[in-house]
Each structure stands twice: as C-alpha cells, then as structure tokens.
Design a protein around this ligand. Structure first.
Ligand SMILES: [Mg+2]
Length: 311
C-alpha cells in the first residue's frame, strides 16, 4: 500500500522565490517537487505522479492555463488535482481556472496558514478517493481482486498481448462440492474455506506476474500474462496440490469428502480479430467439462494451436 508514504506536491512557478516560499510552507507535511516552468511541470507530473499540483497562472511561454490544458489532456495526469496560484485579483481568472477543472484557487500574497489548510484539505480528499478506488477493486472476504478489477486487468493485458505478440494464459478455478461443505459446517466455516483457498491461489503467483481474483461465489480466475500453456498448467497443478494439503474434510450422504478444485484453462496469442469474451468462454467451458467428468482435475483448451504467431 502506498498510503503510508508521504504525499507529494508538485509546485510549478516561474519565480524561484515563490518556489522557495511555498516549499518552506509545505515541506514539513509533504514531499515537495519543484518546476520552474510549465513544460518542466508537465514532465515531472507525468514522471513523478504527485498527489496534488500547485500551479502559478502567470508564467512566460506556457502559462498556467496552457499547462493545465496539457495536464487535463494526458490520461497520466488528468486525475491529479490542481490548485491555481496567482496574484491576479480578478474573479474572472478564478472562474476560468475553476471551469478548467482546478479544484481550488489561492491568491497571493501567500498566507502560510491558508496555503497549509487548503493543501491539507485537498490531500486528504485525494487520499480518501484513492482508498475508495482501492476498496472498489477488492473482494472484502478474501482480500483478492474482485471481478471488476479482474475485468479491468484482463482488458489491458489482452491489449498489451496483442501489441507485443505475447501469449496470455487464463485459469478458471472452482471449489468442488462447496455446497456440501457449507451444508455440513455452515456458511461461516464455508467462508473460512474460501479464504484459505484464496490465500493458496494468491501464494502461487508473484505480484506483478499475474492476477488472482474472486470471480464470484466459489469461483476464482487466475490471469497469467506471458505464461505458456506448459507454465500455466504447472501453476494449476501446484494450486491443486496445495489445496489438497489443506486437508479440509466434510461429511455428506454418509461419506467423507475433501475440498478439491476443478480448473479450466486456456492459452492464446491474442489478435485484434479475437474476442476476449471467447477466450474466457474457452477456459470456462473446460471448467464445466471438468466438473461434469468427475471434478478435481484440470482440463485445458487446445483449440488455439494455430494462433501461435510465426516469428
Ligand atoms: Mg509567475
């Protein structure tokens, strides 16, 4: 989590004395990044992703408004809140800045308390917005990514795989006979099983190498960019064996059963003519087939052999 680290404020002003004054006011609370003109400011905003930008209106060459336009038109910087700073005592400038999307406006001369209060307020809002965004992508029970996050990530990985002609593997994983387990021990214990299985799945993928998500109910997805079928199958086997080692038993119909999972998998080299939904369906169909033919197994979709690009 990035929440614990100090927040960063980028100050863009053409006068060194102003940069110094503002930086003296803020540096106790935050890390201050300085830029002496609009071009440098835009570049540093893209590179360093500050939490807030303080932007001087009157600057030679690229003024504050033009700088703001650049920031707004770049997806990498458009969400960063901007406070305009100027000596202009004219409400039309204030209005123009706010209409352009500035979150606030501070007039010179700068009063330490006012600058601090406004900066703190907007940093607090930024922090809350980021936390809400993170929460909106996490499954509260298992702490895995939720389905929404999975959909976001697979879309971007799919595009990236098309661009770089790389392969993409997908596992759809479902806990076998989960209903029996719930019926036997109740939903609270069922939730514990979901957590344990989730934690095993998460432990099999290094962060940055893939994404494990709770797709819904007792179904999970594991997205493995750049994993060949062989590599992804290995991960799937590892998951199955670790889950078996959890040794979670239940009684059903006079018999003792153990928690296992079924896995459907698919690997492809996505191309712009392919449909992402079909790729998911191929893995999901294999999961259904695994479920219908005895469970506790991996079935892999192999209809993609011809899609391997000739390099
Ligand atoms: Mg100026």
């Amino acid at each position: 989590m990035t929440m614990a680290s100090r927040q960063r404020v980028l100050v863009i002003d053409d006068e060194k004395i102003n940069l110094k004054v503002i930086s003296d006011i803020l540096r106790e609370d935050v890390d201050v990044i300085l830029a002496i003109n609009g071009e440098q400011g835009v570049r540093k905003a893209v590179e360093l992703q500050p939490d807030l930008i303080l932007l001087d209106v009157l600057m030679p060459n690229m003024d504050g408004y033009e700088t703001m336009t650049h920031l707004c038109h770049d997806v990498r910087t458009s969400a960063i809140p901007v406070i305009f700073i100027t000596a202009l005592n004219d409400s039309s400038h204030e209005e123009r800045a706010l209409l352009m999307g500035a979150c606030d406006y501070i007039q010179k001369p700068l009063y330490t308390n006012i600058v601090q209060a406004r900066v703190r307020l907007h940093l607090q809002l930024t922090k809350q917005r980021k936390m809400l965004e993170e929460l909106a992508h996490i499954d509260p029970l298992t702490s895995l990514a939720n389905r929404r996050k999975y959909e976001d990530v697979i879309s971007s990985e799919w595009q990236s795989a098309i661009e770089h002609q790389e392969c993409l593997s997908l596992l759809v994983i479902d806990i076998d006979n989960f209903k029996h387990y719930n019926d036997c021990y109740g939903h609270a214990t069922g939730d514990k099983v979901l957590k344990q299985v989730a934690s095993v799945l998460a432990s099999q993928v290094n962060p940055g190498e893939g994404l494990v998500a709770r797709y819904g109910g007792e179904e999970f997805t594991m997205l493995l960019p750049r994993f060949s079928q062989h590599e992804a199958t290995k991960v799937a086997h590892q998951c199955m064996s670790e889950i078996e080692h959890l040794n979670l038993c239940y009684h059903h119909g006079g018999q003792t059963g153990q928690v296992t999972v079924s896995v459907g998998g698919a690997t492809c080299y996505p191309q712009s003519s392919h449909l992402l939904s079909e790729f998911f369906d191929r893995a999901d169909n294999k999961l259904v087939q695994a479920k219908n033919t005895g469970k506790n197994k991996i079935l892999w979709d192999v209809s993609d052999k011809l899609d391997v690009p000739v390099k």
